[in-house]
Design a protein around this ligand. Structure first.
Ligand code: CUA
Length: 327
C-alpha cells in the first residue's frame, strides 16, 4: 500500500493569507492571458476565412500604417495585459515579505530540511524563539494555532529542499547556509498536506509534510504536552536496545540521565512519536506500521537513510510497545 495518492492539496483552494493572495494573482493572470489569446485566435480565424489572395484592406484599417498596427497589436495590447499583472505581482511579493519579517508573528518554528524528512524545533510554550531555553524537537507534522501568523525559519542540513503547503502558501526553498522565512496563517482548522518541491535525492518524492491547524486551546495543549520530556522508565532491555540500535540517530528526551549514552539528532526525535498521526506522513502510526518501518525502512520509504538495524523478534516487539507509549 504505497501512499503516493493525495500528495498535496490544490493551490486554488486556499486556506491561508499567503495562498489566498497567490490564488487571486493566478486568476488575474489567467484572465490577462486568456483574453488576448482568444482575441488573437479570433482574428486569425477571420483572416483565414477572408483570405482570397488579394491585398485589400478594410476601410477602417486604411487609416493606419503598418507600423502603427504592429505597434498597437504587438506592443500596446501585451502591455495592457501585462502591466496590471506586474503591478499586482509586486504588491503580492511585498505583502508576503512584510508578513515574513521577524517579529511579525506569534512565534517561530525552525524547520530543517533533511534527506528526506522535516526536523522541527519549537520554542518553549509561551515563548517565541525556537533556539531559546526549553525548546524541543518534533518531526514532519507541524502543529499551528488557527488564525495566528506563525513564522517558519527554513534551513537545510544537507541539500536544497523546498517547503510547499499549497493551501497555505507558495514554495520557499531551504538552502544550506541560509535562513529563509515564511509566515503562514491558516484561517480555519484542518490538515494541510504538502511535499518537498525541490528534487533533493532518492527519497524526494516521499518527503511529505503536513500542517495541522488547531483551535487555540487544542494547540496549546499539544504544545505543552510535546515540550514535556518522557518520565516513564522503560525496562532495562528496552533501554539497551534503544541505546545500541536507535540511539545513534534518534533521541528520546528524558530517557537518558546520562548524556554519554547515545542520543542522536540525525533522525527524527522520538520523544512523542506516538502522538503523530502517521509515520513520515506516509503510513498510519500503528503498532503494525511502526514494526514494518523498523524491519523494512527501505520498503516503506524508498531512498530513506535508515538501515535495517536487525532486531530479533523479542527486541522488536519490546521496542515497538515502548515507542507506542510515547504520546
Ligand atoms: Cu527534499 Cu525534495
Amino acid at each position: 500500500m504505497h501512499a503516493l495518492a493525495l500528495v498535496a492539496d490544490s493551490v486554488l483552494d486556499p486556506a491561508g493569507s499567503g495562498a489566498g493572495e497567490i490564488a487571486r494573482l493566478w486568476w488575474v493572470m489567467v484572465v490577462a492571458t486568456l483574453v488576448p489569446f482568444g482575441v488573437v485566435l479570433a482574428l486569425l480565424v477571420v483572416a483565414l476565412l477572408r483570405a482570397r489572395g488579394t491585398e485589400t484592406r478594410r476601410p477602417f484599417l486604411e487609416r493606419f500604417t503598418d507600423r502603427q498596427l504592429i505597434a498597437a497589436g504587438g506592443l500596446g495590447l501585451p502591455l495592457l495585459a501585462l502591466v496590471p499583472v506586474a503591478v499586482m505581482t509586486i504588491g503580492v511579493g511585498r505583502t508576503i515579505d512584510a508578513e515574513a519579517r521577524p517579529g511579525a508573528s506569534a512565534f517561530e518554528i525552525e524547520v530543517t530540511g533533511k534527506q528526506f524528512w522535516w526536523d522541527l524545533r519549537y520554542p518553549a510554550p509561551g515563548s517565541t524563539d525556537p533556539r531559546g531555553p526549553g525548546s524541543f524537537r518534533a518531526a514532519n507534522e507541524i502543529h499551528v494555532p488557527v488564525g495566528r501568523p506563525v513564522t517558519l525559519r527554513l534551513v537545510s542540513d544537507d541539500v536544497i529542499h523546498s517547503f510547499w503547503i499549497p493551501r497555505l502558501h507558495g514554495k520557499t526553498d531551504l538552502v544550506p547556509g541560509r535562513v529563509n522565512r515564511l509566515t503562514i496563517n491558516a484561517d480555519r482548522p484542518g490538515e494541510y498536506r504538502g511535499q518537498c518541491a525541490e528534487l533533493c535525492g532518492l527519497g524526494h518524492a516521499f518527503m511529505r509534510l503536513v500542517v495541522v491547524a488547531q483551535p487555540a486551546e487544542e494547540f496549546r495543549e499539544w504544545w505543552e504536552r510535546q515540550a514535556r520530556p518522557v518520565r516513564s522508565r522503560p525496562a532495562q532491555s528496552v533501554r539497551q536496545t534503544f541505546a545500541n540500535s536507535c540511539g545513534p540517530c534518534h533521541t528520546i528526551e528524558g530517557l537518558y540521565d546520562d548524556p554519554a549514552v547515545f542520543s542522536g539528532t540525525f533522525g527524527p526525535d522520538l520523544t512523542h512519536v506516538a502522538s503523530r498521526a502517521r509515520l513520515g506522513n506516509l503510513i498510519p502510526n500503528t503498532r503494525e506500521g511502526l514494526g514494518r518501518w523498523i524491519v523494512d525502512p527501505e520498503g516503506v520509504k524508498p531512498g530513506n537513510l535508515m538501515p535495517d538495524v536487525g532486531l530479533d523478534g523479542d527486541q522488536l516487539s519490546e521496542i515497538v510497545d515502548y515507542l507506542r507509549t510515547l504520546e
